[in-house]
Write a protein that binds this ligand. Sequence first.
Ligand code: PXG
Length: 289
Amino acid sequence: MKIYLGGKLVDESRARVSVFDHGLLYGDGVFEGIRAYNGRVFKLDEHLDRLYRSARAIALTIPMTKAALSRAVVKTCKANGVRDGYIRLVVTRGVGTLGLNPFNCKKPQVIIIAGGIQLYPKKLYETGLSIVTVGTMRNQAEAINPRIKSLNYLNNVLAKIEALNAGVMECIMLNPQGYVAEASGDNVFAVQGKTLLTPPPWCGSLEGITRAVVMHLAPELGFTVREDVMTRYDIYNADEVFLTGTAAEIISVVNVDRRVIGHGRPGAVTKKLAKHFHAFAQRTGTPIA
Ligand code: PXG
């Protein structure tokens, strides 16, 4: 596998990052997870926009224009023969000293990995996921703002550990006020009749790209989307619940905190959205060829 590192493509075995990189020492950096479908990079501009917003929020200057970074992503996919896959784009603060000061880091490091994707097992798309609410709260906006897709994902890792220890693969994270924020790596939607309810970013949710696609497709399919404060009451009483994310795509949730959601099977609305999402993903994106 060829990795984009230091402005060029290098062999995986030579793709090495310094132990003095602040991305490693402090989780000081930002990232994106992006998909390629059918020879096209899906929603590349949107991912780049979010990456640059995350970088700006942590006062990190990405040493490339968006256009150049877009070309580098496409080039990395091409070099690896990726037509359907997963791209990890990482920008670290770069090499610095053993001290927090980010201004000692003179050269941010841009890394692009284009490879395969580990989805949830196929069976879970047919049966639906069971998840639990965890005690690890979503970060407070006044601390590490959860809108920043930073390399500091320990909070999400801790939530994931709680979920796995409870015997499930995902979880619902609440914000410090106790409102539903999202899952550890996915956004959450509740279906109420013809309405799709999802928490607004100020409740601690990431402005997910997949979430935005669902919000875009919903009206065409006869659904209304409402961004509103949600509690677990809305989850437990929903007709259907589903998660959205670049890796997971759209996956049904049929059990939350050992309570059955709806009929306990993936519902018609989730299935319809997933079908249209797949069709949309196949026909849009930045060409790799
Ligand atoms: N919320 C969080 C906290 C995320 O990290 C999403 C929602 C979904 O957003 P997109 O733009 O992908 O629709 C994410 C995305 C993983 C993994 O391995 C997932 C993400 C990040 C890192 C790893 O599942 N997240």
